[in-house]
Design a protein around this ligand. Sequence first.
Ligand SMILES: Nc1nc2c(c(=O)[nH]1)N[C@H]1C(S)=C(S)[C@@H](COP(=O)(O)OP(=O)(O)OC[C@H]3O[C@@H](n4cnc5c(=O)[nH]c(N)nc54)[C@H](O)[C@@H]3O)O[C@H]1N2
Ligand SMILES: Nc1nc2c(c(=O)[nH]1)N[C@H]1C(S)=C(S)[C@@H](COP(=O)(O)OP(=O)(O)OC[C@H]3O[C@@H](n4cnc5c(=O)[nH]c(N)nc54)[C@H](O)[C@@H]3O)O[C@H]1N2
Ligand SMILES: [Mo]
Length: 678
Amino acid sequence: MPDLREDGLYPGVCPLDCPDQCSLLLHKAGGKIVKIEGDPEHPVTKGSICHKVRRFPERLNSEERLKYPMKRTGPKPGKEFARISWDEALSMIGTRWKKLISQYGPESILPYSFYGNMGILSAEGLDRRFFHYLGASRLDRAICNSAGSEGYRYTMGGSFGTDPEDTKEAKLIIFWGINAVSTNMHQTSLAQAARKNGAMIVTIDVHKNQTGRLADWFIPILPGTDSALALGMMHVLFKENLADRSFLAEHTVGYKELEEHAKSYTPEKVSSITGVPAGDIIKLAKLYGTTSPSFIRIGNGLQHHDNGGMNIRTISCLPAVSGQWQVKGGGAIKGNSGYLSFNSQALTRPDLLQKKDTRVINMNQLGAALTQLKEPVRSLFVYNSNPAIVAPESTKVRKGLEREDLFTVVHDLFLTETAQYADLILPASSSFENLDFYTSYWHHYIHLQQPALAKYGEAKSNPDVFRLLAKEMNFPEHLFGASDEQLINEALEGHGNDCLKKVTFEELKEKGFIKADRKGFLPEKLPTPSGKIELYSSTMEKKGFYPLPVHTPLLKESDLPFLFVPGPNHQFLNSTFAESNVHRKLEKEPKLHMHKQDAEKLGIADGDSVKVWNSRGECILTAVIGENVLQGVLVSQGLWSDQTPNALVNALTPDRLADMGGGAVFFSGRVQAEKHTE
Ligand SMILES: Nc1nc2c(c(=O)[nH]1)N[C@H]1C(S)=C(S)[C@@H](COP(=O)(O)OP(=O)(O)OC[C@H]3O[C@@H](n4cnc5c(=O)[nH]c(N)nc54)[C@H](O)[C@@H]3O)O[C@H]1N2
Ligand SMILES: Nc1nc2c(c(=O)[nH]1)N[C@H]1C(S)=C(S)[C@@H](COP(=O)(O)OP(=O)(O)OC[C@H]3O[C@@H](n4cnc5c(=O)[nH]c(N)nc54)[C@H](O)[C@@H]3O)O[C@H]1N2
Ligand SMILES: [Mo]
């Protein structure tokens, strides 16, 4: 271990929930990180990092950081808290939980977490083991990528795609439902490098944002209609003899059925569904079918819809039809975590859960879980997440969090909007203070973060909190006494993943990051039931889905005229950084993109305040009028903090679930808009 009293340069890895997972150089002076740079030695991130992370030191050293545990002294929500000791905090939790367990059973307790820190020990390690042993209600962590991951799995068997480093060789790059300039900047750099070698960049999105502007060809599409566009492309590929039949015959199941099925997705029909002109559909399909290597970066936006799973399932069939999986730099990436899979079972120990039918609560329905269950949740333990801002149907979520009888503990670095509803607040250390390992869901590197800083005030890491809670609850030492180093070793053994066969903790310590040893363009035998790419999926059929890719329209939840797409923005990372004046200033104000004809009808001018509302809630946003969105579509960006109280976009989003994976449908809600006057 380095001597943490020393100033100087420390290696680091970005802990944020972002595909790029950058390798960092941490400059330390006076015992603090004062500057962060990208590590030029990293083969993918190559020393370039985003503004958010360059300004990370402000966050780390912020006066607002939580330094010690505190208990509530005022009403919920509020900022009145009093300092207490860790012993007192732990004993309050232990006493309350033991009482709840004896009175109501352990399912009265619910953990709520996501990936505020992508470190594996921080996000899915001892915490999971602890709650399994306790027998708490299980949380279905479906807020981000679960619908698309399930959809992709039916086609490809798991999260396996193209090596991003190869994509600089592509001649056609399609950014499909991804705002890569903001959310995957190194894929953008790779695309620009490819463009220097003659590649063309196409962006398919509901919003002409930075990534749309970067493209050589921007294709605007109506929300939730992408599977129709992909099927329209397949229609043309088969019809024009641009499908790679020898690849299809050897590596896929069901291509003849797909060809037959795609016949009904004529360009005219697809145009009427998607808003993309028939001529453009034909042009896009021909471009895709005649350019090699062609690569599709499949984004997250597509799956936050009622039909999100099927959208991804369908698009992921395209590289099979074109045979592009077999071409270096071709293919697609939805996610690549399959190449870096480790022994998660050893860390999380699902076997410790005694009652196998312990109830499962979907994190997208937190509001309902806190307000509507017959057997109520009576205690909530929140870490790595800020549900008061990020979860759908905020009004319902906050009503639940307001319950006086709900014993809420929040472990975070800051007094987040969620922490303001807590009975007890625990201070978290930053990732740079902890030992942890990281696996990217886009590139192929596994990283180690060794502690570069002493712990801030009395802050503790997530694994340390669960070690202490285990002691408090008298849980066995042999299960909860393991050190971080032991846990990393457990994760790196017995995983059966050949790509990580040679990776050890010792080597990670020495090198900082190691590339998965991947062979071939895809695993030789895909983990689908047939071992092949499944264009026709019997598994789906058994589950009641249509076995072939298909377009299903979004649920028409009301007659309100607009579809509302509130995505993330450039300067925040979900709700992280939204608390910072500097980051908010850079974003200027919460905007609402609207088509000029819609604006005209509503008498709204550029820069006007607009009230956006539905039966769930309302927001006040600033109009940006133009042609960045199609008619009938409204787009906002950013999960703004309560410092911008009128911009809580999740007050409007529905908490129903997507077609697959229990996914969130943030982008399938309907709203009305009108000029706002004070
Ligand atoms: N700067 C920044 N980077 C981030 C994040 C952040 O908040 N800020 N968040 C991180 C996280 S957790 C994630 S999951 C990723 C998300 O990053 P992305 O994968 O980029 O996903 P989103 O930004 O949700 O949506 C991407 C795009 O999909 C578009 N879209 C919405 N609906 C549709 C549709 O039906 N069809 C099509 N074609 N497009 C549609 C949106 O307009 C948006 O431009 O980014 C990560 N990186
Ligand atoms: N409207 C709308 N809503 C969305 C989305 C959208 O596109 N539109 N995107 C959704 C998506 S894709 C995602 S992934 C979710 C993300 O939602 P969240 O996972 O809740 O992400 P953040 O808002 O960044 O909150 C992370 C919190 O973790 C804390 N944290 C960081 N490191 C640590 C640590 O080591 N320990 C502890 N205990 N805490 C730590 C941070 O301080 C921060 O408060 O939001 C979803 N919500
Ligand atoms: Mo996410």
